[in-house]
Design a protein around this ligand. Structure first.
Ligand code: PA5
Length: 459
């Protein structure tokens, strides 16, 4: 690996000084130690820390073989999952794939179309998905650790029926690949009964930390991503992110700085990128930090923006709104930008002639520099994650870096970074409203809250 991603701290100054950080060092290193030694809450879910080097060879081989079959035989792969069983794979596939993959002729695509289902409860989405798939040769990868999550469960019912109707029971069973728990859960049982090929989500890795397990690796490999380079990238960050010295450990530095900012009233972090392909990566990041830290009334609100697009929408709020926000910019090296601004003979007075011959990458670079300075002047601390290139290796580095920082940050915040008790609240109400047996008590509790609603007006 020629180089690694780096955190540039300079535009945090003077909001967070080096002295401030030095004063925080002990607490950050303590949180790092708690994470590494497994002495904190949720310690049983730290399998992801070593997984990039402990991933079973057999599993990796099977991922490669079945992905090759899918690439050979499928025109479309529908990946069914939600939350941690969905976002990572989509983030990497979108980051590394062609920006307009669905519009490319099949021979120019890196593999089958990788489509997603089970990440919402919208019937029209599924109708349109099946309409778009049409007669295309189809495989399905259903991903659920519990096997009972409503959104993917319902989508899988529909897709399984669709596959059986098209290919028969045996044909469908060959085209369904399950990713689930090794032993327990409804999906494991079904996979074993029906003879689906399957991958294991390790017991000690929770959903939002599972992107580098078969949860993410299989759909990525089927979509043409070099998963070995991705894992290699993650491995390259293991040592730097465990160094017990603040100024040498990028994950500790990032976690420590954002924790200090939070204590100083910066309650929202915006993950910014100028790279449209990182839109879904930001969604993955939001889940990672939101579910890990947002509990017990604590936690920085994770938000994201794509520049310069959002400078024409959110930009005003960032520049002049409440000063409760800081930015983390993922800055991707611009070497790939070859396109240059053409001369224009139309006579249109667009005032852009001074940019003729300049590379788009150079124009965007100045937009980045200008925005960073403007936001800093406007009272927004800015951290920058320098990423040399958008490739599988650096994506692997970014994933591992953010996961490690998230674990440290959770312990610094004083919460269990590996549970998500709050996710049950909407589910319990929904189950009660849908009449799921066993949720009768929930109906009574909801009725109490609902009594307040009629006093509100609908205008
Ligand atoms: O991070 C998490 O644990 C969640 O986002 C889960 O991944 C998500 O709820 C899906 O759960 P499951 O894989 O059990 O269907």
């Amino acid at each position: 690996m020629e180089s690694r991603i780096r955190i540039d701290y300079s535009a945090l100054l003077p909001f967070v000084s080096e002295e401030d950080m030095a004063g925080r060092q002990e607490r950050v290193l303590e949180a790092l130690g708690v994470l590494e030694t497994g002495t904190g809450a949720g310690a049983e879910y730290r399998g992801w820390i070593r997984y990039p080097e402990t991933v079973p060879r057999e599993e990796l081989r099977a991922v490669g073989e079945i992905a090759a079959e899918v690439r050979q035989e499928a025109e479309a792969l529908i990946v069914v999952g939600i939350g941690g069983s969905y976002l990572g794979a989509r983030a990497v596939i979108e980051a590394l794939g062609h920006g307009f993959a669905p519009l490319l002729p099949a021979e120019l695509r890196a593999g089958p179309l990788v489509l997603f289902a089970g990440q919402n409860l919208n019937g029209r989405y599924l109708e349109e998905l099946l309409e778009a798939v049409g007669e295309k040769s189809l495989y399905v990868n259903v991903i659920s650790k519990s096997g009972t999550t409503t959104e993917p469960g319902l989508a899988f019912r529909l897709l399984r029926k669709h596959l059986v109707e098209r290919y028969g029971e045996r044909g469908a069973a060959r085209r369904i690949i399950a990713t689930t728990d090794a032993r327990k859960g409804a999906l494991r049982k079904l996979a074993d009964t029906e003879g689906y090929r399957s991958f294991v989500i390790p017991d000690d890795i929770g959903g939002r930390f599972s992107v580098l397990t078969p949860v993410g690796l299989f759909p990525m490999a089927a979509g043409g991503i070099d998963i070995h380079a991705l894992l290699e990238g993650a491995r390259a960050m293991m040592a730097p992110c465990s160094v017990p010295r603040l100024w040498e450990n990028p994950a500790a530095l990032y976690a420590g700085a954002r924790n200090l900012l939070w204590e100083r009233g910066k309650s929202m972090e915006i993950l910014v990128s100028f790279e449209p392909k990182l839109l879904l990566f930001a969604e993955w990041w939001k889940q990672l930090f939101g579910e890990s830290e947002g509990k017990e009334g604590k936690g920085i609100a994770p938000s994201s923006a794509l520049f310069t697009t959002d400078l024409h929408s959110l930009g005003q709020w960032i520049q002049e709104g409440p000063r409760t926000v800081f930015e983390t910019v993922i800055r991707v090296g611009t070497e790939a930008g070859r396109l240059a601004v053409p001369a224009d003979a139309s006579g249109m007075e667009d005032g852009l002639g001074y940019l003729e011959g300049k590379r788009w990458a150079a124009v965007q670079e100045m937009a980045y520099q200008g925005t960073k300075i403007a936001h800093h002047q406007g009272g927004v601390p800015v951290m920058v994650l320098e990423v040399p290139r958008l490739d599988a290796g650096f994506l692997g580095q970014m994933i591992y870096f953010f996961e490690k920082a998230c674990g440290i940050s959770g312990y610094l915040t004083g919460v269990n970074p590996f549970d998500q008790p709050g996710v049950e609240a909407y589910k319990n109400n929904m189950f009660a409203l849908l009449g799921k047996p066993g949720f009768e008590k929930q109906t009574a509790a909801m009725a109490e809250t609902r009594k307040r609603f009629p006093r509100g007006k609908v205008v």
